[in-house]
Design a protein around this ligand. Structure first.
Ligand code: BJW
Ligand code: ZN
Length: 249
């Protein structure tokens, strides 16, 4: 990461009235949560998303899918937010207006102090009935190893409870997506952190800001399609770059 880039990014943050922070799995990597597409640890490098992250997969083998998500829920509960999450919460706190929009299904932004992040892809902590849609409470003590676990039945209708995440082929929650698009269209600055920006429609969010004339800062150790629209590219990891950025602001 170049000093001049860090300075330019800090100046953009200083001058911005409205900021959007847009995050992906990379922001949680240094907490010990694997990303999806980074080799060799990425979840989709090890597991087939068609068997685990589609409505058809849940219909075919609910216990396989429920057990996998329960294992992931347990893993998130065992880790802590990292300095990247905390630096983002600090940026949010000092900005005149700031919205955090995350694709992540963990609760690490909330636990780091971010106020009501918008979850575009749902949450591991919001299971609901697969038939009637009512929210469900599930017991703590999720399994520490992956394996089949039959989903509990809905208290109301008896249908299986499903994870409250957005699978491939499913629509994003309308309110969340609309709020994210509106925030991205109306901000002065969007800071994108730790996303490969290949999953749509979420990947449109930073593009919306760029199209509307807002500045985009990217934090990522690897190139992404957002290199083309980023005014400043901070090459490095979230837990390294973001605290340095807060220091420079
Ligand atoms: C670091 C770091 C460190 C590492 N610090 N950085 C247009 C074109 C093509 C396809 C489509 C299209 N529109 C729709 C589609 C289909 C599909 C899609 O986009 N497919 C593409 C993959 C080809 N989209 C959908 O199906 C969506 N639904 C939809 O379109 O519905 C239409 C519809 C409308 C109306 C009615 C009905 C239907 C839904 C997408 C849902 C995505 N779900 C997942 C799983 C969530 C649940 C779970 O957790 O299991 O969401 S997939 C997965 O990818 C997850 C993530 O949120 C998402 C994005 O991944 P992310 O966060 O970017 O992670 P990675 O691993 O890809 O990248 C990590 C990055 O971090 C890398 O860049 C690293 O370099 C970096 N990094 N360490 C900072 N320490
Ligand atoms: Zn039900």
């Amino acid at each position: 990461m170049r000093d001049t880039d860090l300075r330019e990014a800090a100046d953009l943050i200083d001058r911005a009235g409205r900021i959007v922070i847009f995050t992906g799995a990379g922001v949680s990597a240094e907490s010990g949560i694997p990303t999806f597409r980074d080799a060799p640890s990425g979840l989709w490098e090890q597991f087939d998303p068609r068997r685990l992250a589609t409505p058809e997969a849940f219909g075919d083998d609910p216990a396989l899918v429920w057990g996998w998500y329960e294992w992931r829920r347990a893993a998130v509960q065992q880790v802590e937010p990292n300095p990247g999450h905390r630096a983002l919460a600090a940026i949010e706190q000092r900005a005149p207006e700031c919205v955090v929009v995350t694709q992540n299904v963990d609760d690490l932004h909330e636990r780091a102090g971010s106020k009501e992040p918008i979850h575009l892809h749902g949450s591991l902590f919001a299971p609901r009935c697969s038939a009637c849609g009512r929210p469900a409470t599930v017991a703590n003590g999720a399994p520490a190893v992956e394996g089949r676990v039959p989903p509990p039945p809905c208290d109301h209708c008896g249908a299986p409870i499903r994870p409250g995440v957005v699978w491939f082929g499913e629509a994003l929650p309308v309110d969340a997506f609309e709020a994210a698009v509106a925030a991205a269209a109306n901000c002065d600055l969007l800071i994108t952190v730790g996303t490969s920006a290949v999953v749509f429609p979420a990947a449109e969010i930073p593009q919306v800001t760029a199209r509307m004339g807002g500045a985009v800062i990217q934090v990522n150790p690897e190139p992404t399609p957002l290199d083309a629209v980023a005014r400043v590219n901070l090459h490095g990891t979230a837990a390294e770059v973001l605290p340095a950025l807060v220091e420079a602001v």
